[in-house]
Design a protein around this ligand. Sequence first.
Ligand code: ZN
Length: 142
Amino acid sequence: MRDYTKTIELKTTTGAKITVSQTLTLSKTINADGDKVCVECCDLGPVEAVIDGFPDQSCFINFPEPKQEKMGLIYGCIGKLGLLKDNYDKVVELVEAVKRHPAWIAKQSKIDDNIKANKALDAQRKANGYCEKCGSYCYGDC
Ligand SMILES: [Zn+2]
């Protein structure tokens, strides 16, 4: 399956172009004891920013509280690139758009199902006398 990449373009306060992208990797080649095998996956990559005239930045961070900088209120950042409200909102929309991909939604659903299955298994074990202290069915004899 082909990877899914979403890209948007922003401007800095000085007018430099910023190309922001995030990729959902849907297949990768792994090394299985020397055999190269292509497997399906669903890995969400970091938010990356290519900025004209500046080093590339990556890793999107939401600030719990906006920070006051000389260019204005910063709501988050990509690496060292501070994001004003307008650009911040566009980056949040980009991340949400990537997370609306059917493969990502299916992965989250599977994770939720596995959590429910693990809780049901734990409850069943406990009801059958499983002791978490010693890790066996000792029925309190440990
Ligand atoms: Zn025990």
